[in-house]
Design a protein around this ligand. Structure first.
Ligand code: PLP
Length: 375
C-alpha cells in the first residue's frame, strides 16, 4: 500500500524534471567555458544571490563553514579575542573561532525560538569581545533588535550565522543584511542547496567585500602578490551553475515549507494544547523559513524509536550542546552552565520537512507522532 511507504526526513531526489534540465544546461555551459573555478557563473551567482538577500555584495566561498571562517578572519579575530555565540547550533559556529585561536563565549538560548537570548548577552561582553555571532537556528532569526543595540553601543561587529536562514527576516529585515557580515551555506540539505559544498558571505560594505575576496584567494591583492595570508576558500563554478538554476525556485520552496509547518501546527495543535508536546513558535515580527520543523516532546528517544518503527524518519539537532563537546573542554564550561540549551538537547525532535513533501505525508507524520507520545 502506498500509504505505508516510509517517509524520509528529506528526499533530494524528488526534484522537478524541468529544474534538472536547467541544471544540466547550466553545468554544460561551465564545461563549454572551461572555467571551473571563479568563472562567469560565479560572478553571475554572486550578483543574483546578493539581490536575493538584499545585500550590496555576496562573496561565494567553499562552504558555510569557510564563510564563517573568512568573515571572522576579515574582522581580524585571533589569539586573545573572544567571539560570542550560541551553544545550541551546528559545530561550525564555534569551531571556526577555535581555528583562529580565539575563544568562544557561549550565551544560553531562549526556550521558545532556540536562539541566543539577548537578555543574557551584555553580561558576556568583555573588553576582548571581537564579534557577536548570533545563529538563526532552524530558519528563524535571532531576536536581532536588542542584539544589534548592544553590539552598536559596545562597538562590536555582528556576524550572522545565517546558514539555515536564507529568506528569513526579523521585523521586515532580511537575514543576511542585519550585521556587518553574514555567512550562508549551500550544503545540499539547506533550503538552497548545491550539488556539493558551497557557501557565501554577504556584506553591504565595499571594503569588507574586497577584503573577503582577497582572503578567499590566499590573500592576493593582484595575481601572485599577497598582502595577507588567506586560504583557498573559492566556490566551484559547477556549484554556482547549480545554484543559479535553483535560485528562482527558492521563494516558492520557502513558502511550501511554511505551508507544511502551518499544516503540522493544525494537525498537532490539540495535542499541544493538552500539554503533550510543544510546537515551534514563530516569534512576532519574524519570518521563519523552517529549515527544520522542531518540536519538543517528553521521552524524546522513545518517541523517535516508535516513529522509526512506523517508517517515519526524524532527527535530533542537536543532541550535544557545544559547551559539552569534548574538543571544547579547555573552555572550562560544565554541565548546568547553559540549562536551556541542555534541556533543548534532551527534548528536541525534527520532523520531515522539504518542499516536495506532500500534505498526505505531513498528516501521516503528525498521526504517527501523536500515537508515539507517552500517555
Ligand atoms: C550548515 C551550517 C553551517 C556550516 O555550513 P557547511 O556548508 O556545512 O560548512 C554553519 N552553521 C550552521 C548553523 C549550519 O547549519
Amino acid at each position: 500500500m502506498d500509504s505505508k511507504k516510509p517517509i524520509p526526513l528529506l528526499d533530494l531526489t524528488r526534484q522537478d524534471p524541468e529544474l534538472n534540465r536547467e541544471i544540466a544546461r547550466r553545468v554544460a555551459e561551465v564545461f563549454a567555458t572551461g572555467r571551473f573555478v571563479m568563472g562567469p557563473a560565479n560572478e553571475e551567482f554572486e550578483r543574483a544571490f546578493a539581490a536575493e538577500v538584499g545585500s550590496a555584495h555576496a562573496i561565494g566561498v567553499s562552504s558555510g563553514t569557510d564563510a564563517l571562517l573568512v568573515a571572522l578572519m576579515a574582522l581580524g579575530v585571533g589569539p586573545g579575542d573572544e567571539v560570542i555565540t550560541s551553544p545550541f547550533t551546528f559545530f561550525a559556529s564555534a569551531g571556526e573561532v577555535s581555528r583562529l585561536k580565539a575563544r568562544t563565549v557561549f550565551v544560553d538560548i531562549e526556550p521558545g525560538t532556540f536562539n541566543l537570548d539577548p537578555t543574557r548577552l551584555e553580561a558576556a561582553v568583555t573588553a576582548r569581545t571581537k564579534a557577536i555571532e548570533p545563529v538563526h537556528v532552524y530558519g528563524q532569526c535571532a531576536d536581532m533588535r536588542p542584539i544589534l543595540e548592544i553590539a552598536q553601543r559596545r562597538g562590536i561587529p555582528v556576524v550572522e550565522d545565517a546558514c539555515q536562514a536564507i529568506g528569513a527576516a526579523d521585523q521586515g529585515r532580511a537575514a543576511g543584511t542585519l550585521g556587518a557580515m553574514a555567512a550562508f551555506s549551500f550544503y545540499p540539505t539547506k533550503n538552497l542547496g548545491g550539488a556539493g559544498d558551497a557557501g557565501a558571505v554577504t556584506t553591504d560594505d565595499a571594503g569588507t567585500a574586497r577584503l573577503l575576496r582577497s582572503l578567499r584567494m590566499h590573500g592576493e591583492t593582484e595575481r601572485y602578490h599577497h598582502a595577507r595570508v588567506g586560504g583557498n576558500f573559492r566556490m566551484d563554478a559547477i556549484q554556482a551553475a547549480v545554484l543559479l538554476a535553483k535560485l528562482p525556485y527558492l521563494k516558492a520552496w520557502n513558502e511550501r515549507r511554511r505551508a507544511i509547518a502551518a499544516r503540522y501546527g493544525e494537525r498537532l495543535s490539540e495535542t499541544a494544547l493538552a500539554g503533550r508536546l510543544t510546537l515551534p513558535p514563530e516569534a512576532p515580527g519574524r519570518r521563519h523559513v523552517y529549515h527544520q520543523y522542531v518540536v519538543r516532546v517528553p521521552d524524546r528517544d522513545g518517541v523517535r524509536e516508535r516513529m522509526t518503527a512506523r517508517g517515519i524518519a526524524t532527527a535530533v539537532f542537536y543532541p550535544v550542546p557545544l559547551h559539552r563537546q569534548e574538543c571544547f573542554v579547555d573552555l572550562g564550561y560544565r554541565e548546568g552552565d547553559f540549562p536551556e540549551a541542555e534541556k533543548a538537547a534532551r527534548e528536541v525532535l525534527a520532523l520531515p520537512i522539504f518542499a516536495a513533501l506532500t500534505d498526505d505525508e505531513v498528516d501521516r507524520v503528525a498521526e504517527a507522532l501523536i500515537s508515539a507520545l507517552p500517555d
